[in-house]
Design a binder for this molecule. Structure first.
Ligand code: BGC
Length: 717
């Protein structure tokens, strides 16, 4: 039993029947949106009978108010509902997808956009979001990489903290805060071969070092809820994983919030092969610590029988019901079920401000991957421009996967964005081909436009639902006949700037060889077109960096910078070294890669003191100078390597970052402070362990060896 029940919750617990308690564990769909398999049923009779504790996929002031009124006025105990929804990268105002926003390496931005998403969602009656998604992702075949913060645990942990703070604000009771859900615990991103919902193979050490830290950070930041992954860990589905959910998350980490199953994940314990029927599945999940059954009706169906047979105890049910009621208490729902202040919050009046932030977020998320001959920026409006490709005027695609309540008509795609920036230029537009289609008849017209233009903006990529959930691609490259379009346009010899829209790195090495410049434009949200125009015209010097390594070839996947050293490290001349015969080991672009319109020089890397005892702090500083023609922002990444330890350590680990805005010829010092806790690693018992010896530090713009400055300290224990 939780020690911190309020009197009200204790009173309610005494008054509730078993069915009402189980009802609190039941989350059903309000039916406005569908985010999983099956038809949302009619929840109204169940709600009135006290058998529903929360709803998902229903929002809108009037609708939510009416359903809440029924819960409060027409059920026996009048317990208010929680309203949950996937507010992933914005609610009405749509921000860049998480992978794109991660490219900004900017926790303040991440927090700001989550705060706005929370305001807009709360204004439409929502009290909980199924975000942030914290699955470290190293395999671009897995579509859900789009929802992630990329390949790095430290960066994803920063993302976790910023998003939790942004969604939840200072106080969950505020009607303008919504509860956050850290999902999907854990290692969902390691599904084998990048296939969604497939088995996961990770070592216990990788689980602890790579996949868990973002969740632990979210818990430390006070996240209200956790969602276990659909997948398994060591052959036990996370939804039934006692060692992870109960022993680690609850006992060791001290997590007191609610654990919400993924969509019908309790029922899926049956096809997973660990439960014979829904009753057994319900018992396993409850005993593992899952409080809320999302969409499965497994608890409603199975728990009464499981209780009767002794498979679960009343204490299990009570604990879960209490946690749900305590979340409602923390959200202030008993005193203010309609969250009246949120309803009064006029988010339409804030629309312009929110869109300004969406534009800033979007331009800070665009990664300049290549820029041969410095073709970008195009500071003088060209006389005639050809905007070609199926993504050039693709309004719906700008929403990206999981687009909240964003409306297609509110999105600014690239074409109108460029028209607004270059209003005196003649802009010729032709899609050429559709994203996936087989018809190539439009290529000729597109080539004709290219021939007549001074410059071509070629907009290629994926359709938005080709990434996100259930969107694995064995070949994450350009779908349909886009390659044929690109090659035909490039053959004109005109300068071609490619805008690449996707929810993952697209493996198109040939494109980088032939296009003058390539921008990763991901899915940028409401202000995509204006943000892209800011970058192309040079109003904004690109500052984003890749949060994932960009593979040179499918055969390298998964490729990531923080790999362990090999006993036979890659040596080009040595046959018996860790390498391919037919490909380089290195990705096409490393983690942290991202060009700008200026040149930053990093020098004078200092680490002090040079000798450290346990508990000491160490300051890392580097001076950054802008040696190029325009002002811009640089992000310095700080890495560490422990060359000799009792367990083999990664060749590099990100441990910090710092930003500097620099005018031309300006120099600034970028500094971070670490403690010896940051130098420790999980020992054989996975408890933090600090060992004596040398620690190497590195500073630079990316994880590429040649880009890094080095310094050392000695740890004395
Ligand atoms: C997804 C979750 C999501 C849930 C509710 C599931 O299919 O895996 O990420 O929060 O649906 O929409």
């Amino acid at each position: 039993m939780s020690a911190r029940l309020t009197d009200r919750v204790a009173r309610l617990m005494r008054a509730m029947t078993i069915d009402e308690k189980i009802g609190q564990l039941n989350m059903l769909s309000g039916g406005l949106v569908v985010t999983g398999p099956g038809e949302p049923g009619d929840y109204m009779a169940a709600l009135k009978a006290g058998s529903v504790g929360s709803l998902l996929n229903l929002f809108g002031r009037g609708q939510v108010r009416e359903v809440q009124r029924i819960a409060v006025e027409e059920t026996r105990l009048g317990i208010p509902l929680i309203f949950g929804y996937d507010v992933i990268h914005g609610h009405r105002t749509i921000f860049p997808i998480p992978l794109a926003e991660a490219s900004a390496f900017d926790p303040a931005l991440w927090e700001r956009t989550a705060r706005i998403a929370a305001l807009e969602a709360a204004a439409e009656g929502l009290t909980l979001t199924f975000a942030p998604m914290l699955d470290v992702s190293r395999d671009p075949r897995w579509g859900r990489m789009a929802e992630s913060g990329g390949e790095d645990p430290w960066l994803t942990a920063r993302f976790a903290i910023a998003k939790v703070k942004g969604f939840q604000g200072d106080d969950l009771k505020s009607p303008l805060s919504i509860a956050a859900t850290a999902k999907h615990l854990a290692a969902y991103g390691a599904s084998v071969a990048g296939r969604d919902y497939a088995q996961v193979e990770v070592s216990e050490r990788s689980l602890h070092e790579v996949y868990l830290p973002p969740f632990e950070a979210a818990v430390a930041a006070g996240v209200a809820a956790i969602m276990p992954a659909f997948t398994d860990m060591d052959n036990i589905p996370l939804t039934a994983h006692v060692a992870i959910l109960r022993d680690m998350v609850r006992r060791q980490w001290g997590f007191e919030g609610v654990i919400i199953s993924d969509y019908t994940a309790i029922n899926e314990l049956v096809p997973h092969g660990v439960a014979a029927d829904v009753t057994e599945a319900a018992a396993l999940a409850l005993k593992a610590g899952v409080d809320i059954d999302l969409m499965g009706l497994a608890y409603v169906e199975g728990l009464p029988k499981a209780l009767q047979s002794g498979a679960v105890s009343m204490e299990h049910i009570d604990q879960a019901a209490q946690r749900v009621l305590m979340l409602k208490e923390e959200l202030g729902l008993f005193d203010d079920p309609y969250r009246d202040a949120a309803v009064k919050f006029d988010h339409k009046a804030r629309r312009v401000e929110h869109r300004d932030i969406a534009r800033d977020a979007a331009r800070r998320s665009i990664v300049l991957l290549s820029n041969r001959g410095n073709i970008l920026p195009v500071t003088q409006p060209p006389r005639r421009v050809a905007m070609l490709g199926p993504l050039a005027n693709a309004q719906a695609e700008m929403l990206g996967p999981w687009s909240g309540a964003g409306l297609i008509e509110d999105m600014v795609p690239f074409l109108p964005g460029m028209r607004a920036a270059w209003h005196e230029s003649e802009i010729l537009y032709a899609p050429g081909v559709s994203i996936e289609g087989g018809d190539t008849k439009g290529i000729e017209a597109a080539v004709g436009f290219a021939e007549r233009a001074d410059i071509v903006l070629l907009c290629l990529g994926e359709e938005r639902y080709m990434s996100g959930e259930a969107a694995s691609r064995a070949r994450p490259d350009l779908p349909g006949h886009q390659e044929a379009l690109a090659r035909a346009v490039l053959a004109t010899g005109k300068p071609v700037i490619v805008l690449l829209s996707s929810g993952r790195p697209l493996i198109v090495p040939w494109l980088f060889e032939v296009a003058q410049a390539v921008l990763a434009t991901w899915f940028l949200g409401s202000e995509a077109g204006h943000a892209v125009a800011d970058v192309i015209t040079g109003q904004w010097s690109p500052s984003a960096k890749l949060p994932v390594s960009w593979p040179a070839d499918r055969g390298q996947v998964p490729v990531f910078y923080a790999h362990r050293p090999s006993g036979r490290p890659m040596a080009p001349a040595n046959r018996y070294s860790s390498k391919y015969l037919d490909l380089p080991n290195e990705p096409l672009f490393p983690f942290g890669h991202g060009l700008s319109y200026t040149r930053f020089t990093h020098r004078d890397f200092n680490v002090s003191p040079s000798e450290l005892r346990a508990g000491a702090k160490v300051t890392l500083s580097v001076s950054v100078r802008n040696d190029g023609p325009v002002a811009g922002e640089e992000t310095v990444l700080f890495f560490l390597r422990d060359p000799v330890a009792s367990v083999s350590r990664p060749v590099l680990e990100l441990k910090g970052m710092g930003k500097a805005w620099l005018e031309p010829r300006q120099t600034k010092t970028v500094e971070i402070t670490l403690s010896t806790d940051d130098l420790a690693f999980p020992g054989t018992d996975y408890a933090p362990r600090l060992e004596p010896g040398v620690i190497e530090f590195f500073a630079g713009p990316s994880a590429r060896d040649e880009d890094l400055l080095k310094a050392e300290v000695h740890v004395v224990v």
